[in-house]
Design a protein around this ligand. Structure first.
Ligand SMILES: C[S@@+](CC[C@H](N)C(=O)[O-])C[C@H]1O[C@@H](n2cnc3c(N)ncnc32)[C@H](O)[C@@H]1O
Ligand code: SF4
Length: 465
């Protein structure tokens, strides 16, 4: 059976579905994490993980510092001009955390995925990059072919830092670009002339990095189809292996720095989605493949291969290739997932430091998944990665009868089917081409916690368009 042709994106359709909703980098989302899961519970989960001796790990390390805060940014950032005066004490605590985790995992010391995110990891000097890796590799080793990735801000990243990263085995660079139009850059407090980005890409190519990603954002102030088309053309000319085209998450009541942005300059819902469609057309025409809701990759890139081979996954870092069964989060505010539980480190530097000084895991909150959470997480993950759900496979994996288990959810989904967003057939649910643009709305049908979150006065999630 072929799916019916999808209706066009109309302003009415956008108005109907453009509402606050999670991006589902986890299910349940981080707002369900709570203080009943702390340091002791994390220690128990690590002990369970250690029993799966020899299985590789995924490790995320958060470096929170940025020289200045961009006014659009939604990440956990500490803006500081102090350089080594803030990084030295931070690295000392981070080293302690690495040692505590390593002591808890004597039989799990191989890492298949290693990611430095931020903030700006290249806030660290080349010498500090070496020191952090020296310390980490004293305890952990990289599996052959490990994915070793870092987020770099081209405005502050030097050739010496890139050289240090390359010499230590980093093979993926993700460059923050956002938009290349001078007016947009001015409005978002991030002036980054094209030659600055181009120089970082050229230097990375010269050194032999094989995986370069560029982050762009649609929905920023003053973006128009004409200006974004120019940005896309310039970025395509740099030939990155991947692009992430993120929807601008605008939450000024949660992110004070965004209050500086003039709301009136933001493109409205239908104009915003037109920017995504424009990016999609241009990138497909340039030979990229669409991956999930906001990524694009060259056909020979690992992400495109993972999609074809059913290894595409989604976690706190966005889309990636199948990660290890356990993901360790290191650093202030870092999130991990170990033995079926999420954990998040303290967001305040002083709390993070205090726990480590007392040789305690610096866990502020977390969440242990129930059996129901696991079924729903599987369905949502499948929708977000493949735009489809194999309901028979869900039944097999979780021992449930899909139609009986998800009665009310299927009624809700039926309404979306009537709008041409989803196609239901025996054993399979599939988003239409149109529904793929609203995949967060489809996933929201299966989210048990959403109703409560939606009752809160100020939305905790960005809008789905
Ligand atoms: C943590 S930043 C790290 C990159 C690095 N600090 C830089 O700016 O180049 C990772 C990415 O998150 C994305 N991002 C940050 N704030 C966002 C927001 N409010 N909405 C959508 N994406 C956002 C940006 O695309 C950014 O490149
Ligand atoms: S976008 Fe990057 S550089 Fe700007 S504040 Fe956020 S993390 Fe820092």
């Amino acid at each position: 059976m072929t799916a019916p042709a999808a209706p066009a994106v109309t302003p009415e359709l956008v108005a109907r579905y453009d509402r606050p909703g999670p991006r589902y980098t986890s299910y349940p989302t981080a707002i369900e994490f709570n203080g009943s899961f702390g340091s002791d519970q994390y220690a128990e989960r690590l002990a369970e993980a250690d029993a799966r001796a020899g299985e590789p790990l995924s490790v995320y390390t958060h470096i929170p510092f940025c020289a200045e805060r961009c006014s659009f940014c939604g990440c956990h950032v500490i803006a500081s001009p102090l350089g080594a005066r803030v990084t030295e004490p931070y690295l000392a605590r981070l080293f302690r955390e690495i040692q505590l985790v390593a002591d808890a995992l004597p039989h799990r010391r191989t890492v298949a995925q290693y990611h430095w995110g931020g903030g700006t990891p290249t806030y660290l000097s080349a010498a500090e990059i070496h020191a952090l890796l020296d310390h980490f590799q004293r305890y952990f080793s990289f599996a052959p072919g490990a994915e070793i990735a870092i987020e770099v801000d081209p405005r502050v990243t030097t050739a010496a830092q890139l050289e240090a990263l390359h010499s230590r085995g980093f093979n993926r660079l993700s460059l923050g670009v956002q938009d290349l139009d001078p007016r947009v850059q001015e409005a978002i407090g991030r002036v980054q002339p094209v030659p600055v980005t181009a120089a970082t890409v050229e230097e990375a190519h010269r050194l032999g990095f094989r995986g370069i990603n560029v982050d762009l954002i649609y929905g920023l102030p003053h973006q128009t189809s004409a200006s974004f088309a120019r940005t896309l053309d310039s970025v395509i000319a740099l030939s990155p292996d991947r692009l992430a085209i993120y929807s601008f998450a605008f939450l000024p009541w949660l992110k004070g720095n965004q209050k500086k942005l003039g709301e009136e300059a933001l493109p409205a819902g239908d104009a915003k989605i037109a920017l995504l469609l424009l990016a999609r057309d241009k990138l497909l025409a340039a030979g990229y493949r669409a991956i999930g809701m906001d990524h694009f990759a060259k056909p020979d890139d690992e992400l495109a291969l993972a999609l074809d081979q059913g290894r595409l996954t989604r976690n706190f870092m966005g889309y990636s290739v199948q990660d290890a069964s356990d993901m360790i989060g290191l650093g202030v505010s870092a999130i991990g997932r170990v033995s079926g539980a999420y954990s998040q480190n303290h967001k305040k530097l002083s709390d993070y430091y205090a726990d480590l000084e007392a040789s305690r895991f610096p866990v502020e909150r977390g969440y242990a998944l129930s059996a129901d959470d696991r079924v729903r997480a599987d369905v949502i993950h499948s929708l977000m990665c493949t735009f489809a759900v194999d309901t028979t496979a869900i039944e097999r994996r979780h021992g449930v009868e899909f139609a009986a288990y998800f009665g009310p959810e299927l009624v809700q989904l039926g309404e979306l089917a009537a709008q041409g967003l989803v196609w239901m057939e025996p054993g399979r649910i599939r988003a239409t081409t149109l529904g793929q643009l609203f995949v967060r709305n489809l996933a929201m049908c299966f989210d048990r916690y959403l109703a409560a979150a939606e009752r809160s006065a100020r939305p905790r999630f960005s809008r789905t368009v």
